[in-house]
Design a protein around this ligand. Structure first.
Ligand code: LUZ
Ligand code: MOS
Length: 762
């Protein structure tokens, strides 16, 4: 089945926030963000701005009727700056005008005087100064200090990853419309309608049942709209509530890039010990997370870094400590992988460091340490592991040995172009790490003409979740997909939703939908069984008909539904699903937090131009653990997109803040994302079909985040290519590996005469 949005997307008919027809009288907002990263506001002058034609009103924190607070995990984030500013772009005032242009013109006329305070942008510096968002956390398995003496090889090092701009095609935005009885409706481009509802309720001082949040679809989220859609919704709601007029704000790309947080940059120190057989006996790692100026989701992201700090390897002795460090950058937030990729990069760097020192391919170490079923993760859960199967299948199917040989012979045959290869196994835990968030609800209505309407907490952001939910209903009722409509996500229809995040949306909302559909189908079957004086088990719904003991009757779906209605049988159901089996005790840092894990292995091949430092990613060959995919087209789309996004993070996307905390890479001219010319020439995805039962919807494992981490292989493949040219150079484990960094690494600390020059070639 195709993605149900395919045709409307291609025709440009799909409705995003900016496509919602405006109500007459709608006003337009624009925010004035702090020009400096840290300081005390001594004066704010909005008089020139207010005097501009079209300007209706300018709001500051003084206008907030509820609480000036949007912090979720930690209450440390004002909606509008009070006396102090903590990051460049922090909203200080919100202008409302009768046109977008007037609002933006007014923003430029606002004057603020700020007494500057010291700016910290480096997480290690923040940690030294005790600027922590939460106390540090440590995950521990076995005993590392006792293990070092048993290790034949011990290596220490440092690794760094940078941030990543979400670059959802649809920027952030909201449209707030006052309703009768003091209530308000907000259209928001959010992954978390309930998060928006809570934030608006808090800021306006309104109970949640007066705040309706509706989402049709997003033009991408990637985590950037898990929490950070709240700000814009709350600003619009604040203004709409005061003015009793609809207020819309859709961010300009440069505003969005400057004002919103990104993937967390991390710095880490590691120590890895291996025995004679190259088994990793011990691993210690300390993570410094650059949280930015407020907690946002950083504590949860930090936790997932710890959960994934050993990637898909079993290491008997682990000590991982993580600091969430407060700096003066926009608060960093969820981004596909949610701290997991950063944790995985560090262990891969440690393995690469060992491999480079021992003069062997990293894949030798990787393969020897793959997680087996029954092995314990540092957080206590026992693995049901597909890691060896994925690895061995990839190695055989794509002939890894032959690929290695071809790279070697290519590299031996020429001087100025070098190829590199890297393997990247992945292991990603599926479930929100906060156990309570693993719940969802679905509301299914069957209408008397046999058509079906479904509302869940799932937000469609291009990932195809609506298609999967529709498939669930189509399968249970055994009716044509055209008879089913997935309705908007709305907090008045489905309450207390978890955000669409953590790769778990189809599982959670799909399972709730399965339960609701089963309940309705069960009532209808019972009715037929009673009518025919037979057992319910004899009745099935198949191909739009009622079947009895495997024989088709002439009762079709539509007449079945009508008969049910005449008999006054409920044709609607609201079902609640909570993931079973999961638990986690944060006081011990042990438990069983994940419903299951997703595994896979990628082999990544690159070619480096050793004169220019430019490169191409030639191939990404994957064996991916799908469980039993319920929609290959949707899942392959997620895998290809994830791989390219992961490669972007690891290679060309370079978020640059200056030492004053100002974003320099603030537009697409200075921030480079993968385009059609830089995507791998080949992406091959093979499906590991696993027979094991799992907690995924229809055993179709979650696919949203895991494939991003295949992209990490691109960094190490580039590193290997560079080392084929400059074997003695030492260069840091620092992502992204931009062409600039590749060029520096190619000519880093060369031994005298290590590279002969061929002037005629140059
Ligand atoms: N969001 C969240 C997430 O709140 N908790 C999580 O565990 C998570 N994991 C991945 C992505 N978003
Ligand atoms: Mo996400 S990083 O699953 O919002």
């Amino acid at each position: 089945m195709k993605n149900i949005d395919a045709y409307t997307h291609v025709r440009g008919e799909s409705v995003y926030l900016d496509d919602i027809p405006l109500i007459r009288g709608t006003l337009f907002g624009a925010s004035f963000g702090s020009p400096v990263a840290h300081g005390v506001i001594s004066a704010l002058d909005t008089s020139d701005a207010e005097a501009l034609p079209g300007v209706v009103r300018i709001f500051t924190y003084k206008d907030i009727t509820g609480e000036n607070q949007i912090g979720g995990i930690v209450p440390d984030e004002p909606l509008l700056a009070g006396d102090e500013v903590h990051f460049c772009g922090m909203p200080v005032a919100f202008v409302v005008a009768d046109s977008v242009d007037a609002a933006r013109a007014a923003v430029k006329k606002i004057k603020v005087t700020i007494e500057p305070l010291p700016v910290i942008t480096d997480p290690r510096e923040a940690q030294v100064q005790g600027e922590l968002i939460i106390p540090p956390r440590t995950f521990q398995l076995g005993n590392t200090s006792d293990s070092w003496p048993q290790c034949t090889h011990v290596f220490e090092g440092r690794a760094d990853t940078n941030g990543q701009e979400h670059l959802y095609i649809e920027t952030q935005g909201a449209y707030a419309v006052p309703q009768e009885h003091n209530s308000i409706k907000i259209y928001s481009s959010t992954q978390g309608p309930t998060a928006v509802q809570r934030a608006v309720s808090r800021v306006l001082g309104l109970p949640m049942h007066l705040v309706e949040v509706e989402v049709n679809r997003l033009g991408g989220g990637f985590g950037g709209k898990e929490d950070q859609a709240n700000t814009w919704a709350a600003l619009c709601a604040l203004a709409a509530h005061h003015l009793k007029r609809p207020v819309k704000y859709s961010l300009h790309r440069m505003e969005d890039m400057a004002m919103t947080g990104k993937r967390h940059p991390y710095s880490a120190d590691f120590k890895i010990g291996l025995n004679d057989e190259l088994k990793i006996m011990a691993y210690e790692v300390t993570f410094y997370q650059n949280a930015g100026a407020a907690a946002d989701l950083s504590p949860a992201v930090l936790e997932r870094t710890l959960f994934h700090c050993t990637n898909s390897y079993f290491i008997p002795n682990v000590k991982a400590t993580a600091y969430s460090c407060r700096t003066h950058l926009p608060p960093n937030t969820a981004f596909r992988g949610f701290g997991g990729p950063q944790g995985m990069f560090m262990i891969e760097a440690a393995i690469a460091k060992a491999a480079e020192a021992l003069g062997i391919p990293a894949s030798v170490i990787q393969e020897k340490n793959l997680l087996q079923t029954g092995d314990e993760f540092p957080y206590g859960q026992k693995a049901q592991s597909e890691a060896p199967e994925c690895w061995h299948k990839a190695s055989a199917l794509y002939n890894l040995a032959q690929m290695h040989k071809e790279v070697e012979s290519f590299n031996a045959s020429g001087k100025w172009r070098k190829k590199g290869l890297a393997c990247m196994p992945i292991c990603f835990g599926i479930s929100f790490t906060k156990t309570l968030m693993n719940q969802a609800r679905s509301l299914v209505h069957v209408y008397t003409d046999g058509s079906v309407g479904i509302t869940t907490g799932a937000v469609e952001m291009g990932q195809g979740v609506n298609t999967k939910i529709l498939q669930v209903a189509a399968q249970v009722f055994s009716i044509q997909p055209g008879k089913i409509k997935i309705h908007t996500t709305n907090t008045f229809k489905i309450a207390n939703t978890s955000p669409s995040a953590a790769s778990a949306t189809a599982d959670l909302n799909g399972k709730a939908t399965l339960m609701a559909c089963n309940a309705i189908a069960g009532r209808l079957k019972k009715m037929i069984a009673e009518e025919l004086n037979t057992d319910v088990a004899a009745i099935t719904l198949k191909d739009e008909y009622v079947w009895v003991n495997g024989e088709r009757t002439d009762r079709d779906w539509k007449s079945l539904v009508m008969a049910g209605h005449i008999k006054r049988i409920g044709l609607s159901e609201h079902a609640h699903y909570a993931t079973p089996e999961i638990h986690f005790d944060a006081t011990k840092e042990k438990g069983h937090p994940f419903a299951y894990h997703v595994y896979g292995t990628a082999i990544v091949g690159v070619t480096v131009d050793c004169i220019r430092g430019t490169y191409t990613v030639d191939t990404v060959k994957v064996v991916h653990d799908f469980g039993a995919s319920m929609n290959m087209a949707v899942d392959l789309g997620q895998i290809e997109g994830g791989i390219v996004q992961g490669i972007g993070w690891m290679t060309m996307e370079e978020v640059v803040y200056d030492d004053k905390g100002k974003l320099r890479s603030n537009a697409l001219s200075t921030y480079k994302v993968p385009d059609i010319y830089s995507v791998p020439e080949e992406i091959a995805v093979d499906c590991l079909q696993t027979p094991n039962d799992n907690l995924a919807i229809f055993r179709s494992k979650a696919v949203g985040e895991p494939p991003l981490m295949y992209g990490i292989g691109a960094y190490f493949a580039l590193r290997n290519a560079v080392r084929a040219f400059n074997a003695t150079g030492e260069f840091p484990f620092s992502a992204p590996m931009t062409p600039e960094k590749v060029l520096m690494a190619l000519y880093e600390k060369q031994k005298e005469g290590a590279i002969e020059t061929h002037e005629e070639t140059i």
